[in-house]
Design a protein around this ligand. Structure first.
Ligand SMILES: [Fe+2]
Ligand SMILES: [Fe+2]
Length: 164
């Protein structure tokens, strides 16, 4: 029988990383519009958890940990002076270097983080089911984030018009 996803189970699996003060720093950095990196990676991790919960041969723990750390690059990518090179291509490696510095990662978790931007980072192909799941739900969450930002901007415009 299939298990129902619960926030409590998700938080139990995610809590070792969520509680870490270095991870909490992610809320300082905007990811898409008004949505912080912390909010984005939580959305991605929860989508991955829901997808992976009842699937066979999925390491749910590694999937959730990699999802939480996949954008652990720790800068505001909108500020061009905050990083070298092209953010879209470089940030999986930067996130991996930071994550390895601050957390103890399995080889699979490292590969999942490194391949999450595929096909943009063409040479870093997803090599596990978990990597494919993260690669897919990162894109889904990004679309949802962008839609929310669009609605937010529309509401702000409406409020300004109503005040006039
Ligand atoms: Fe990313
Ligand atoms: Fe992401």
């Amino acid at each position: 029988m299939n298990k129902e996803p619960t926030i409590n189970e998700f938080l139990l699996l995610a809590s070792p990383i969520l509680k870490d003060p270095r991870f909490r720093e992610l809320k300082r950095y905007p990811h898409h519009g008004h949505i912080s990196i912390r909010r984005h990676v939580l959305n991605v991790a929860y989508l991955c958890y829901k997808h992976g919960l009842n699937k066979k041969n999925i390491s749910l723990n590694e999937l959730i940990r990699a999802a939480l750390l996949h954008d652990y690059y720790l800068y505001d990518w909108h500020d061009r002076t905050s990083h070298n090179g092209i953010h879209g291509f470089n940030h999986p490696l930067i996130a991996l270097i930071n994550a390895k510095r601050d957390f103890s990662l399995t080889r699979k978790e490292c590969r999942i983080i490194l391949s999450h931007m595929w096909p943009l980072t063409f040479l870093h192909f997803p090599t596990s089911k978990e990597a494919w799941i993260l690669c897919y739900y990162d894109k889904v969450a990004t679309c949802i984030d962008n839609h929310k930002c669009h609605l937010n901007k529309k509401n702000i415009k409406k409020q300004k018009v109503a005040k006039k």
